[in-house]
Design a protein around this ligand. Structure first.
Ligand code: CA
Ligand code: CA
Ligand code: CA
Ligand code: CA
Length: 249
């Protein structure tokens, strides 16, 4: 390829990345994780939608709808999620047992935006936050080859509360520390990375909605995933379906 064609190709790639990149503004003030969106900082961020159905059919607005805002500072990402869910349901008390079949907020994060497989490693994380605010992901497989569901409660702070004005609405705030792909469960005192202007992160947000069934009724995400072999439920396997999040001032 000659240099002119290379330049055109580069411009086309960067143009397509710009249109799909999500931006997070830096919060000028501390955000308190209390399920109350009363910080002035939240006014600076714009609402994003969680409206792409990954699993399930015939979703209505009353059954589930949600929007979110995202901000950051050097220590953490901050999420404000406003969820309408008609029934809150936690059938399995154990946060590591069939957790995707309980109501759960799921944060997908790829610290270095590398993309790629993360199903049984920490190249990226899929934090399922249960209604008891505990976070679980799939770790490296056990020696016998079985799945190893691990609690990662140290990685985030989570608190939700029902809206005072609309009882079926939940206001959920999360502060999330970012760990790079060197993270292991065996590590002693792992340290999160420092965030900075211009940093790119792989990101997706989703919700498992169950209102009383054996298995979750809907799974809804923030990005439009292209189906592979008829399935859009790919986020727990590969970070390639995440969105690029850019940290800005
Ligand atoms: Ca708050
Ligand atoms: Ca529902
Ligand atoms: Ca990665
Ligand atoms: Ca529900």
């Amino acid at each position: 390829m000659n240099n002119y064609l290379k330049l055109i190709a580069t411009l086309m790639v960067s143009a397509s990345m710009n249109t799909s990149a999500l931006e997070a503004k830096k919060t000028p003030q501390a955000i308190q994780i209390d399920g109350l969106a009363n910080e002035a900082s939240w006014q600076l961020a714009s609402w994003q939608q969680i409206d792409n159905v990954i699993l399930g059919e015939n979703l209505t607005k009353d059954d589930f709808s949600a929007q979110y805002k995202i901000m950051w500072d050097e220590q953490q990402l901050y999420l404000l999620v406003e969820i309408t869910d008609d029934v809150l349901f936690d059938q399995h008390a154990d946060p590591r047992y069939l957790y995707w079949d309980d109501d759960a907020l799921e944060i997908f994060i790829d610290e270095d935006a590398s993309g790629g497989n993360h199903q049984f490693n920490f190249n990226a994380f899929a934090y399922h936050i249960a209604l008891d605010n505990q976070a679980v992901d799939i770790g490296e497989k056990n020696a016998d080859g079985s799945n190893n569901f691990v609690l990662l409660n140290d990685h985030l702070t989570s608190k939700w509360q029902r809206s005072e004005v609309s009882p079926n609405k939940v206001i959920w705030e999360v502060a999330l520390r970012l760990y790079d792909d060197s993270f292991t469960m065996e590590q002693n005192n792992p340290q999160p990375v420092k965030l900075f202007v211009g940093k790119k992160v792989g990101f997706m947000l989703a919700y498992c909605d169950n209102d009383g069934s054996k298995e979750r009724e809907h799974f809804i995400g923030s990005t439009d995933i292209k189906a592979v072999n008829g399935s859009k439920n790919l986020g727990y396997i590969t970070a390639d379906v995440f969105q690029k999040l850019l940290l800005v001032n």
